[in-house]
Design a protein around this ligand. Structure first.
Ligand code: FEO
Ligand code: CA
Ligand code: CA
Length: 642
């Protein structure tokens, strides 16, 4: 999501706790996690594309992409062709949603059916699977005719359009298969499903049922309709998908200062709920905090669901805390607890880790299904000198007591931000994806930017004031290459790269990549604002960006080795059409297909449905620009980037 989509006013409320000393922003980057020279960038053999900015998407010449799914594409054969002028909410519930973000590819075993996720997710089938896609947020000025600008659309949406928007948020499950014409959706599939703001869900874990989760419509505090702000996510080895609730505050309107309970007033301010947010609450009263002050507490969680069982009820996992979740990704080792890493995508917010109470048993699917319900959440403290510590968010420990306003563990999880700050976790430059490279077993933190960091607030892990270009940290748990202990409460860390132009005059925007060998990156190799990340089967890192247009070129994908001489030396692979950010890169298990979500094409610059900047991907005068998922293949069919 673009930074300006969220409400900016609440950001002032988070004054950093301010660590003092600063490392030089462009100091030489340490070799870090790598021990082997195997994974050099020589095997990233594609023809690099240039930094450009136009109405098309761009790929190396030896690659091609087909448009797999666009906003409004039917998920059932009976839905027919798409006409945005006549779109109703019930019709939208049968169609691909808006602003695609996270993508999870879940393989389908040809010999198994619905409800048999155990068989499917082991099959590693790379030619047929379920594509599980988040729809982060809606933009009525680009979805519907008649709105003159973004603000009038946001504040003046009709009841009918609010209903369509709420049906266009959430998530899609759709079966896809590889055909002679490229990847295609299977419209007859029993798995195809939309999850929207209307989908019934359970609330589970330590905060479920707490009085702060109870509303007039749900006195149990355990049942809620829908999910929103679905940014990135994760996958589990037991065949479920995790979807994050990130910018949910923007869905609620009302003035937190008018809420009598000071705890909730502070809480609602912290997530940007304000009188001039979008006007959904006019038409759907639960989104007005003056009517239902607890409804926002039922959002801001990670949601887990089973894509292999189309009748399953998604559940919100309170064990993973409540904040603006970018996503949570897992480290699953047989006989050990599950470890999951996630970020809170806001200025001066924290990096989190979860460790399950019980161990992961690869052959016991029913046992594994509860591993994300019972465990401990931690926040990261990055110390000077490259060491760090995970700080547990446990009621009664340290400052997490009644004296500081916490009644119980539910309060600690509902107000996880406040708990982590009291524990002394390090406020970061907007943590986006946090994901582990299974080849070297190190964990990488995408920090997209933080223009609100003052010069007296810089620290070793966030070394730039007014960080406009973002950076990437590498967490190195104790242990050997490829066999590290992610359950340890201590870790080492180092700066993997600093985003930005390596030749920028402003030292706060000057990029630093790898070992800075002469010629290691080209003039097109640098980028800004890392957001999502994926690793190919060989352990190369693929970073998706959100913000490069501020530096004069498209957002897209950059690929790089994580080890060896060309570690952290990026090469430019994919470029978005103007206005879009790149999201959700996801490889098939064989590494031969790369799915990319192009989010909010033609956004910005006064672009509207009636006067769009361009009409990617259809370029049809009858259709608006449409967020879409591309399936990228190498023309010779070989592994991507090999
Ligand atoms: Fe939705 Fe954190 O980007
Ligand atoms: Ca983003
Ligand atoms: Ca993101």
């Amino acid at each position: 999501m673009h930074n300006d989509v969220k409400n900016p006013t609440r950001r002032q409320l988070f004054k950093a706790i301010g660590a003092a000393t600063a490392a030089g922003a462009t100091a030489g980057l340490l070799p870090g996690c790598g021990k082997s020279a195997r994974h050099t960038r020589e095997n990233l053999s594609f023809s690099e594309i240039p930094h450009t900015l136009d109405a098309r998407h761009h790929l190396p010449k030896e690659y091609s992409a087909n448009v797999l799914l666009r906003w409004g594409d039917p998920l059932v054969a009976s839905a027919g062709s798409f006409n945005p002028a006549t779109l109703t909410a019930s019709e939208q519930e049968k169609r691909f949603g808006y602003n695609n973000d996270f993508i999870g590819y879940m393989p389908l075993d040809d010999k198994a059916g619905p409800g048999e996720g155990e068989h499917h997710c082991r099959s590693r089938n790379s030619a047929r699977g379920l594509l599980c896609v988040n729809h982060e947020y809606t933009q009525p000025h680009l979805m519907f005719s008649g709105y003159n600008d973004k603000y009038s659309a946001t504040r003046g949406v009709s009841a009918e359009h609010v209903a369509v928007e709420q049906a266009a948020c959430g998530h899609t499950v759709v079966e896809i298969e590889q055909t002679a014409d490229g990847w295609q959706p299977v419209l007859s599939s029993p798995y195809n499903r939309r999850i929207s703001l209307n989908t019934p869900m359970h609330i589970v874990g330590p905060a479920a049922g707490d009085r702060r989760l109870q509303t007039a419509a749900d006195s149990s505090g355990t049942r809620v309709f829908g999910t929103v702000g679905n940014c990135a996510g994760g996958k589990t080895p037991w065949g479920t998908v995790l979807i994050a609730e990130e910018g949910f505050g923007g869905a609620f309107q009302g003035d937190p200062d008018n809420i009598a309970d000071p705890v909730e007033s502070l809480n609602h301010h912290a997530f940007g709920i304000a009188p001039d947010n979008r006007n959904w609450g006019d038409h759907d009263r639960r989104f007005d905090i003056g009517v239902e002050p607890h409804e926002p507490n039922r959002f801001g969680w990670m949601v887990e669901y089973d894509p292999y069982d189309p009748d399953s009820t998604p559940r919100k996992l309170t064990s993973l805390g409540r904040f603006e979740h970018e996503g949570f990704t897992l480290v699953s080792k047989p006989g050990q607890p599950i470890v999951a890493y996630g970020g809170d995508d806001d200025e001066h917010q924290f990096v989190y880790r979860y460790v399950s109470s019980d161990i992961y048993k690869p052959d016991d699917f029913s046992h594994n299904r509860d591993l994300l319900i019972d465990g401990t959440l931690y926040a990261a403290r990055f110390d000077e000198g490259g060491s760090g510590r995970w700080l547990p968010l446990l009621f009664g420990q340290g400052p997490l007591t009644r004296e500081n306003g916490f009644r119980n563990q539910a309060d600690v999880l509902i107000d996880a931000r406040r708990a982590a700050a009291l524990l002394g976790a390090t406020p970061m430059d907007r943590p986006e994806d946090v994901e582990t490279n299974s080849v070297n077993d190190c964990t990488y933190v995408m920090l997209t930017k933080n223009k609100k960091r003052d010069s007296d607030e810089i620290d070793a892990a966030n070394p730039r004031a007014r960080n406009a270009t973002g950076h990437v940290l590498e967490i190195v748990p104790p242990g050997q290459y490829g066999r590290r202990d992610h359950t340890s409460d201590t870790f080492k860390w180092n700066t993997f790269l600093l985003g930005g132009n390596p030749n920028a005059e402003n030292p706060n925007e000057r990029g630093a990549y790898g070992q800075q060998l002469p010629g290691a990156i080209s003039a097109n190799g640098w980028f800004a604002n890392p957001d999502n990340v994926a690793f190919d089967p060989r352990g190369n890192m693929w970073i998706a960006t959100d913000g490069c247009e501020g530096f004069g070129f498209h957002d897209g994908l950059w690929a790089m080795a994580t080890d060896g001489e060309l570690r952290a030396a990026p090469k430019h692979f994919f470029g978005c059409p103007q206005g879009a950010e790149a999201c959700g890169p996801e490889f098939t298990p064989d590494g031969k297909t790369l799915f990319v979500a192009v989010q909010h094409p033609a956004d910005g610059g006064g672009s509207t449905f009636d006067r769009p900047l361009h009409r990617w991907p259809d370029n049809d005068p009858a259709l608006p620009p449409r967020p879409a998922v591309l399936a990228i293949r190498r023309r010779n069919g070989n592994e991507i980037g090999s």
